[in-house]
Design a protein. Structure first.
Length: 390
């Protein structure tokens, strides 16, 4: 069972990982400008609400109207900020999983202040009681009565049965979770690492957790069935390096799968439509500012896109012509501007979210509607964005 609203590693989690692991993938020449075929700032040509594509008056070419709305595209669609209940505005929102636009679960927290899961029905926000103080970083579910959420510290996993959240796993001290995905209630995979030196993929069969140790961090998990699961991996400090390698599970064991392309690549995240339509987020060569997408059809590999200048955080979507990639420019350590790329089946467009405005994966209801949760670090406020064509 493939879940359209697949949850990828959170903003909080992936940024921590990228900052530390960047010594392996950042370019030695930070002034190098990639020829990426897109406008380097703000919205891609043809999607900007400003005809001339110039920067906003404040110098921030983010494609946002006063930091609130992204420029309207040719179809009249745009991203807008959704008002958040004031009592939840100071939370950092990292994860989103939903059954519909009126039944959304959003995970996050306040650092040392503890974790939180919010529910949003399209109009009203409510906070759900959770049994762990750890910040929620990733979520996955098979239904509104079967949702798994994992936290940043100690590899905790909590489960929602439609009535309440229960703690079902507490891992090793210092174990940090990157992603969680499953094909059903008794087939769930958790990706973790410890101290950026070792990692693991841990399987849950409905009652027991079984660990498969790794020499690197498992940073993204996705699959089509219990015997066809993929994982992206990241470099570990002082640990094993595996360029052009991802992991595959055939139902009995995990094995390394070679990414057969001309460039050296580190592929950290994965999402797909089917067993023959899979997308990996990759950084090419030694250049952390040369990123893009590699496609796998189950047999052969193709570089779909290359030369993007940002670090890529997550990929998600609903179909081959409705794919979202979330990115952040870590070379700008002061502003850390966030972006969302969208693929319509033929070309990519790029929307700037503004400085310090970062989101996690996009949950898609349809081609005309999507949602994203995140955090504005400059304001210390939660972000919740809605893409619609209304």
């Amino acid at each position: 069972m493939i879940q359209r609203g697949k949850r990828e590693p959170s903003v909080f989690n992936i940024l921590v990982f990228l900052f530390i692991a960047s010594i392996f993938i950042l370019s030695c020449n930070k002034d190098e400008k990639a020829d990426n075929g897109l406008d380097s700032g703000g919205i891609d040509a043809g999607t900007d609400g400003d005809a001339d594509g110039d920067a906003d008056a404040d110098g921030d070419d983010s494609g946002l109207d006063s930091g609130k709305d992204a420029g309207t595209d040719a179809g009249g669609c745009r991203w807008r900020d959704v008002p958040i209940d004031p009592q939840y505005k100071t939370y950092g929102l990292n994860a989103i999983w939903a059954t519909s636009s009126s039944d959304m679960f959003i995970g996050g927290g306040m650092g040392a202040g503890g974790g939180v899961v919010l529910h949003y029905d399209g109009n009203v926000w409510s906070e759900m009681a959770v049994p762990s103080a750890e910040v929620i970083t990733a979520m996955w579910g098979s239904s509104s009565s079967d949702i798994f959420a994992t936290g940043y510290a100690d590899g905790i996993v909590i489960h929602y049965d439609g009535d309440k959240w229960d703690l079902i796993r507490k891992g090793t001290a210092g174990e940090q979770s990157m992603d969680i995905w499953g094909s059903g209630p008794s087939d769930v995979f958790l990706g973790t690492y410890i101290g950026f030196t070792t990692g693991a993929i841990i399987h849950y069969d409905g009652s027991t957790w079984t660990e498969h140790g790794l020499q690197y961090a498992a940073t993204g998990i996705w699959g089509t069935a219990s015997d066809n699961v993929y994982a992206g991996i990241g470099p570990t400090i002082g640990g094993h390096q595996a360029p052009n390698t991802v992991l595959h599970f055939d139902g009995s064991e995990w094995s390394e799968l070679y990414v057969d392309i001309e460039s050296e690549a580190t592929c950290t995240n994965v999402w797909g439509i089917s067993a023959s339509d899979i997308y990996f987020l990759c950084a090419f060569g030694n250049n952390g500012r040369n990123t893009g997408i590699v496609h796998f059809d189950g047999t052969s590999w193709t570089v779909m896109e290359q030369g993007w200048p940002e670090h890529l955080i997550s990929i998600s979507g609903s179909s081959h012509d409705n794919i979202y990639v979330v990115a952040v420019d870590l070379s700008d350590v002061v502003n850390t501007p966030g972006f969302i790329y969208h693929y319509d089946g033929s070309s990519w467009s790029k929307t700037g979210l503004g400085n310090s405005r970062l989101v996690g994966p996009v949950w898609t209801a349809s081609k005309e509607e999507a949602w994203a949760a995140g955090y504005d670090s400059s304001q210390g406020l939660a972000l919740f964005l809605h893409y619609s064509c209304k």
